[in-house]
Ligand binder design. Sequence first.
Ligand SMILES: Cc1cc2nc3c(=O)[nH]c(=O)nc-3n(C[C@H](O)[C@H](O)[C@H](O)COP(=O)(O)OP(=O)(O)OC[C@H]3O[C@@H](n4cnc5c(N)ncnc54)[C@H](O)[C@@H]3O)c2cc1C
Length: 401
Amino acid sequence: MSSCRIAIVGGGLAGLAAANALQTHGIVAEVFEAAPELGEIGASVNCSPQAVKALKAIGVAEQIAAIGHRSPGPYTRNMVTGEFVEYVNRFELAERYGEPYYCFHRADLIDALAEPLDHSHIHLGHRLKSVDAHDDGVTLRFENGSTADAAYVIGADGVKSVLRQALYGDDNPTFTGQMVWRALLKAEDAPADVVEPHGHTQWIGPGRHLIAYYIRQGRLLNIVSQIDTDEWVEEGWSIKGDPEEMRASYPDAEPRLVRLLACVKDCAKWGLFARPINDNWGRGRIQLIGDAAHAMVPSAGQGACMAFEDAYILGRWMNACADPIEAFENFRRIRMPRVHGVQRLSNANNRFKHLNDAEKQKKDLASAGGTKGKTAWVWGFEPVQEWDKAPVVPAAYADPE
Ligand SMILES: Cc1cc2nc3c(=O)[nH]c(=O)nc-3n(C[C@H](O)[C@H](O)[C@H](O)COP(=O)(O)OP(=O)(O)OC[C@H]3O[C@@H](n4cnc5c(N)ncnc54)[C@H](O)[C@@H]3O)c2cc1C
């Protein structure tokens, strides 16, 4: 049995970011990660300026600048006709908000977050099995037979969080009715013009959307797609898919997309799981962050961004409050309205992207002031200046009074 003051369960994006955030305040946490090694294969993560600010503030500025790819921004087309819908110029956004918008390979981002940490405090192969919260601490029991006593616990164990289940019982994530196709191509294996004009193209159409963009300084082309489906698909990052089945999922695709999909030789597929918006973010000595607290559909590209904001802001509160329980309460008070708003935005984006009616799609976008208009409050957030302030959330996305 080991013991520590603060344990973080989950060494993914949220957990490692939280360990860095605490480290900037001289607080050492023990991280318990289920996987035998750090790192994730495959997928990528887009990180908008406000989350880049949070990452910089937790001490990984150099690391992320070295691995982040700066895309000129997504150029959105109608999936069936190829017609232009919208272009979001990320260079302009970087000017406006003072930090770039990065595209990362997830494995690179995990490495960047792990680098500043003392690895003797990262315990791999520790899959949390059960939790016993008592008056003076929390006992964590792992599948490998070991146990750890912690005074306070940060639950960053993802969408199927064991800590969350320990607190709230059968509060399981539900299948969103959507599946994801994902593929990674070497840049030279796909003709550049399939993602013209900016190397970052989003196709939106009836019941589905697909985004293709470069990562790793343009060496890899990442493809990720969400499709409405009644079929139950397993949850996970790397369930092997069939490229022919992937291609068949886009029966009406315009010629560029058909050519892009023809390049896919390997792909993964999985079901998307999320939770309805709720306040079950932890209590007492246990605080949930990242997907464990607020898993959302990825249609605004903000799940990891919210995890980075969580990490930074939780670190600030833990530094400011002598009692971590008080820090957790303040964290929840400040974070919930903003993250709930981002969850609502993600759901709204999802509905918009999958509309059948292309004209309505254009009108809806225009009336919201485009993606830039409806997302400005998310990207324009200043975590360092506003970490302890009630967040500004537009009425359309705000919690009911
Ligand atoms: C298709 C897709 C595209 C996305 N694109 C973006 C994007 O562009 N931008 C963005 O901001 N977000 C994006 N997201 C969301 C983002 O991936 C998640 O919000 C983010 O990964 C959450 O980080 P996390 O650390 O909370 O959870 P995870 O990344 O799931 O990490 C959880 C960690 O906990 C570990 N763990 C799990 N169970 C246990 C246990 N019992 N004991 C110990 N350890 C455990 C896991 O091994 C893992 O390391 C996307 C999501 C999807 C599905």
